[in-house]
Design a protein around this ligand. Structure first.
Ligand SMILES: Nc1ncnc2c1ncn2[C@@H]1O[C@H](COP(=O)(O)OP(=O)(O)OP(=O)(O)O)[C@@H](O)[C@H]1O
Ligand SMILES: O=c1ccn([C@@H]2O[C@H](COP(=O)(O)O)[C@@H](O)[C@H]2O)c(=O)[nH]1
Length: 234
């Protein structure tokens, strides 16, 4: 395997599956199965999951809600997704821990870096919920932050697009995909597959990101084997 320890970023929106809102149990089960395949290869797995299938602070703010209030709601949405993923992983026999940046002690451990690392060393899958715990951030940035903190080898951004394109492929059908691109180019060209803060933090800490299609069976394992899947940002 190419990586010993990974930080997997899963899109909240992707959890909707074919639905318009919420969590599709079928999609959740598929993701759990993909994660099981890499776990059995001995890879240490930390996960950050988004909340876009439930709530985003900017969406609330655009309808008159206080932005900070909305952001905390978004962070709580990521905890709901984290709990759902935890349930799906445990139902197929994987050991997990959910740690949250906001204290919700009845359902999760508080985020403690040293403890997270110990869980990883013991082969437990660690899910980080509630993003960074601060408003005005995203779970992409949280993924890079936690990736750096637990010393992951790479950020694997599993999403519904199969890489970084010259423009948003969902809006521009003539956009073409990069196999490899530098952080500087991504930032200079304003490619928005992740937010600028996430890319900058990764660049400063020399932590590569692989953007790949998580909805294609076997892709996660292929990325971990080092096959050329998606786009590597370095
Ligand atoms: N240059 C680009 N290359 C590839 N994707 C791009 C680009 N610009 C914008 N995108 C968009 O980036 C998005 C990445 O998907 P993703 O589901 O991870 O978004 P997200 O907002 O982080 O999700 P969530 O908040 O639910 O976790 C896609 O919707 C894709 O269309
Ligand atoms: O560190 C963080 C992470 C997230 N938020 C809020 O949660 C939502 C959902 O996260 P996505 O990354 O968009 O999936 C986000 O829109 C923010 O409102 C946050 O405030 N801080």
């Amino acid at each position: 395997m190419k990586y010993k320890r990974i930080l997997l970023k899963l899109s909240g929106e992707a959890l909707m599956g074919e639905n318009q809102y919420g969590i599709d149990p079928k999609r959740l089960a598929e993701y759990a199965e993909e994660i099981r395949k890499i776990h059995e290869q001995g890879i240490e797995i930390a996960i950050v999951i988004g909340g876009g299938n439930i709530f985003r602070g900017v969406a609330g703010a655009s309808e008159g809600m206080d932005r900070v209030q909305g952001d905390y709601m978004g962070m709580l949405a990521t905890v709901i997704n984290g709990m759902a993923l935890q349930g799906a992983l445990e139902s197929i026999g994987l050991l997990t821990r959910l740690q949250t940046a906001l204290k919700i002690e009845a359902v999760a451990e508080p985020y403690i870096k040293r403890r997270a690392v110990r869980h990883l060393e013991k082969g437990r899958i660690v899910i980080f919920g509630a993003g960074t715990g601060n408003p005005y951030f995203t779970t992409d940035t949280a993924a890079v932050l936690r990736g750096i903190e637990v010393n992951a080898d790479v950020i694997l951004k599993g999403t519904r697009v199969d890489g970084v394109y010259t423009a948003d492929p969902e809006k521009d059908s003539s956009a073409t995909k990069f196999d490899l691109i530098t952080f500087s180019e991504v930032l200079k060209k304003g490619l928005n597959v992740m937010d600028t803060t996430a890319f900058t933090l990764s660049q400063e800490n020399k932590l590569p990101i692989v953007v790949f299609d998580m909805n294609k069976q076997g892709n996660l394992l292929k990325v971990c084997k080092g096959e050329t899947i998606g786009t590597t940002v370095y």
